[in-house]
Design a protein around this ligand. Structure first.
Ligand SMILES: CC(C)(COP(=O)(O)OP(=O)(O)OC[C@H]1O[C@@H](n2cnc3c(N)ncnc32)[C@H](O)[C@@H]1OP(=O)(O)O)[C@@H](O)C(=O)NCCC(=O)NCCS
Length: 174
């Protein structure tokens, strides 16, 4: 796919973006079908009510527009001593153009805290995406305690997820 000619700008997403965010999440999440544990897959992957709950729970979305519409989104959630990346999705029509990378780099500028991200252990492409961008998996011995401390996710998701962190987190742990 040819690269876009200009570097896209990251912007905050607001209430009138919510429907498009929901659409992007569910279109991109198709990648999980048949990959993540079958008992965790449902369609739509995220309901509108779940998305609203996440926003009310403090998830702030950042986005990039392409061809005059929102094409990729990443959520951040402040947890006092760390920031979480929540819900990172690029519409399938706009993937592999650097949108996810730009969002990830931008998010590191909006917080001074270490950044943690949790993803499905089976989503190897997502793990590689974060690793290519400087994130590393936290030691397995710390994973469950981090997932239960900072995330509100079902037990089964804790068991089938991994946590990656940026360098700031490893610096703090040293
Ligand atoms: C993971 C995800 C967010 C990455 O977003 P993205 O915008 O596709 O990511 P990027 O384009 O920045 O990088 C992905 C690939 O595109 C390549 N790329 C980046 N810019 C490019 C460009 N201008 N032209 C061509 N390829 C490019 C990158 O090198 C990388 O290639 P690789 O995978 O072969 O190494 C997206 O693929 C997605 O939504 N996946 C499904 C849902 C998911 O897994 N989300 C993660 C939840 S934690």
């Amino acid at each position: 796919m040819p690269p876009d000619r200009t570097t896209p700008l990251v912007r905050r997403c607001y209430a009138d973006d919510t429907e498009r965010i929901w659409e992007i999440i569910n279109r991109a999440a198709i990648a999980y079908r048949g990959v993540i544990p079958a008992d965790r897959w449902h369609e739509p992957y995220m309901t509108r009510a779940m998305l609203q709950h996440e926003i009310h729970d403090g998830v702030e979305f950042w986005g990039i527009d392409r061809l005059d519409e929102l094409a990729g989104i990443m959520g951040t959630q402040d947890k006092s001593d760390v920031a979480l990346i929540r819900h990172a999705y690029v519409h399938p029509k706009s993937q592999h153009r650097g949108i996810g990378t730009i969002l990830l780099q931008y998010i590191a500028t909006v917080t001074a805290n270490p950044i943690l991200v949790g993803t499905w252990a089976a989503a190897t492409w997502a793990i590689s995406f974060y690793e290519r961008n400087g994130y590393r998996r936290v030691p397995i011995s710390q994973q469950t305690s981090l997932l239960t401390r900072y995330w509100s996710i079902p037990r089964r998701q804790v068991e089938t997820s991994v946590v990656l962190a940026n360098q700031r987190w490893f610096d703090r742990c040293e």
